[in-house]
Write a protein that binds this ligand. Structure first.
Ligand SMILES: NC(=O)c1ccc[n+]([C@@H]2O[C@H](COP(=O)([O-])OP(=O)(O)OC[C@H]3O[C@@H](n4cnc5c(N)ncnc54)[C@H](OP(=O)(O)O)[C@@H]3O)[C@@H](O)[C@H]2O)c1
Length: 270
């Protein structure tokens, strides 16, 4: 049985990754599901068990290092091994930097803790077990971790940091047999932007991005799992994203204009 630890498994992409793993591997899948919302985790676990998978629910606020380490310990205690760590837990944020008051700037650090540091802490704790199993690490970064997106200084900073961390780690782990797959979703149809921080660090309650062409969560999870299955270095999810990445090197002003155009009118710099 292959043991997968999935962070941010209570909703959105992480929950769908868990469901698709359970559907594909049934009794061969051991799933360790972590997030803060225990009820939602239990519901996802029940869906996975209905496919024959074994599922352990670990309620945790992964913006705290001890809870990341406890998650890994709980997985090893239950299953004795870890084959795959999916660093997916994350939060969004949308605010123009000039609109953030000095007394509110602390939420930038909070965002870093969940988007970057939870991945660092979970990966550090799981690494000995992943080396033992010649396992896999997946990191769910974002297109905003390859191209700076206006209105998303905090989010882009956290996702660029994730990208840098996992690219460097991938090279360090080359001889160990542990692969690192970094996924770069664009806009995916989940509630992340509605829950994300606004300029005051409160839940935004709406999205600053145009959502009409959002990718389905099912398609996003499928692409991530396909990339992991092939032990790909990266999963860049659309032709536009692939193009944007290279265009940034040659015609950065065009890419900046395209990034601004992705914002709704009311979310643009005034
Ligand atoms: N949706 C997109 O358009 C998109 C695009 C690019 C990248 N991504 C990335 O994909 C990942 C998943 O996003 P999503 O769209 O699926 O968002 P989502 O539906 O809001 O799910 C986020 C998950 O992270 C968990 N989480 C948040 N804060 C946490 C904390 N402090 N401790 C533990 N778990 C925490 C949430 O669970 P609880 O609230 O229960 O803790 C939830 O399970 C994120 O890293 C996000 O940045 C998403």
């Amino acid at each position: 049985m292959k043991i997968h630890v999935i962070t941010g498994a209570s909703d959105g992409i992480g929950a769908e990754v868990a469901r698709q793993l359970a559907a594909a591997h049934g009794g061969q899948a051991g799933l360790v599901l972590a997030a803060r919302s225990e009820d939602k985790l239990r519901a996802v676990a029940a869906q996975c068990r209905a496919c024959g998978a074994q599922a352990l629910v670990v309620p945790a606020d992964l913006s705290h290092e001890p809870q990341c380490r406890a998650l890994v310990e709980a997985a090893v205690q239950e299953f004795g091994r870890i084959d795959v760590l999916v660093n997916n837990a994350g939060m969004s944020a949308h605010a123009l930097f000039a609109d953030v008051q000095a007394q509110d700037l602390h939420w930038y650090e909070k965002l870093m803790k969940i988007n970057l540091w939870s991945s660092v802490w979970c990966t550090h704790a799981a690494l000995p077990y992943l080396k033992a199993s010649h396992g896999q690490i997946a990191a769910v970064s974002s297109l905003a971790g390859l191209i700076g997106v206006p209105g998303r200084t905090a989010y882009s900073a956290s996702k660029f940091a994730m990208t840098g961390f996992f690219e460097a780690l991938r090279a360090e782990l080359k001889s160990s047999g542990v692969s690192v797959t970094i996924a770069y979703p664009g806009v995916v149809a989940t509630s992340i932007r509605y829950r994300g921080f606004n300029a005051r660090g409160e839940p935004a309650g709406g999205s600053g991005l145009k959502e009409a062409n959002a990718m389905s969560v099912e398609e996003c999870a499928r692409l991530i799992l396909d990339g992991m299955h092939r032990r790909r270095r990266e999963v860049v999810m659309s032709a536009n994203a692939k193009l944007g990445r290279f265009a940034k090197l040659i015609v950065p002003a065009v890419v900046e204009r395209a990034a601004l155009a992705a914002l709704k009118e009311e979310a643009r710099p005034h």
